[in-house]
Design a protein. Structure first.
Length: 77
């Protein structure tokens, strides 16, 4: 219910996008991510890191799309 109500406000999409961007910087700044991706013989950490990376990429795309959609909707009114 909160997501439906909060979808009217751009600040919720901006906060989601900014938090996702912050996590993205952290993922690429830590050496652990690269280590897990360099050792494919450790299947569990590799798959976990890949799933998290794909989810993070999708969250970034969705955040950008939500902000763009909100500003596009606002300009039409």
């Amino acid at each position: 219910m909160f997501v439906y109500i909060a979808s009217r406000w751009v600040w919720t999409a901006l906060i989601g996008f900014l938090l996702t961007a912050l996590v993205s910087v952290g993922v690429f700044a830590t050496p652990g991510t690269a280590d897990r991706l360099r050792h494919p013989e450790d299947v569990g950490p590799l798959v976990g890191t890949l799933v998290q990376s794909v989810g993070l990429g999708l969250a970034l795309i969705a955040g950008v799309a939500a902000v763009i959609a909100w500003f596009g909707h606002r300009n039409r009114d």
